[in-house]
Design a protein around this ligand. Sequence first.
Ligand code: 3PG
Ligand code: MG
Length: 399
Amino acid sequence: MRTVDAYNFAGKKALVRVDFNVPLDADYRITDDTRIRAAVPTIQKILNDGGAVILMSHLGRPKTGPEEKYSLRHLVDRLSKEFNTTVKFATDCVGPEAAQLAQDLKPGEILLLENLRFHKAEEKGDLEFARELSTLGDVYVNDAFGTAHREHASTAVIARYFPNDKVMGYVMHAELDNARRVMDNAERPYTAIMGGAKISDKILIIEKLMDKVDNLLIGGGMSYTFVKADGGEIGSSLVEEDKVELARRLIAMAREKGVNLMIPVDSIIADEFSNEANVDTALSHHIKPLWMGLDIGPNAREMYADVIRNSKTILWNGPMGVFEMSNFSVGTEAVAEAVVDATRRGAYSLIGGGDSAAAVNQLGYADRVSYVSTGGGALLEYMEGKTLPGVAAIERDDY
Ligand code: 3PG
Ligand code: MG
């Protein structure tokens, strides 16, 4: 892999694509800075070499153009504190201001460009936009693993303008390393925990994992499509009607392959989708009409924790319940605790980005699991066996 370690940045301006798509609250305060912290070593390496850093990222999904809530300006203070310097800011990622600021940038200095997605050309992978961005730096560094599954101007297309000067940052390298660790030759017993609202997002990865894991623990909203496929009464729980047949097929596939597929035996149920709802516990196969399962129940919790504690490799993607609501966060917490426990006893644990990473961070467990991925969709696509354009653009000479 071509990484920043093989490159001397002395006197160079490095154009670094990071994934600073971080959650902001209503006052534009950063509520989870994992992705910023993750990018620090790559930036620091460039500065230490005697290079200058031009950071570019997207934030959110702006529709037509600039929107205050998606401005990367909100990250300037956080970055300035991190690097003990005044981080400069270009109010547009291309154009005369960005060009001038980039030109004037001295070794040891950092320039942050405004949100790339304020230009539609970014997501379109527009060649001319990529070329204009490329003129800002001497070398292209991609450290945006969370966005590596997008073939956008700044994540892939731009690499064409740096045929001999394109490398991966440390985040990218570590992410690929950790993902491979659970995909190839994982130590057994190997347990995958899959949660989240929808099966449709997870079908490919679940099928892939069937050939690798010993245990497959299902949680979150998608549990009820499995329960229904298994003949249960799920009340008004979330269900993907068009995926019931698929869930049935996955249950049969697990049986054929000798995979221990577990669906929560019981659930915390509620009479409406709200933290103020009336709450009860029920067998997942016997949920009252008009009630819905919003978390795994106490028996499922115990069974899952037991399997996890006896595992040597653990992959976790997606919460066990409606984690944002305190009444339905217990299942996710119990799973997180068991993962931490297993890790302490020598298991390798990978937390796949998105909501499960947020849960682990929120619980303060990030340092007590083996690796928390900064990628959600990107990690899943990589594990499904897809080529990530952000990776291919760096690794392939003919990109
Ligand atoms: C993410 O948070 O999923 C990444 O930053 C990619 O963002 P996107 O899904 O809007 O492309
Ligand atoms: Mg996404």
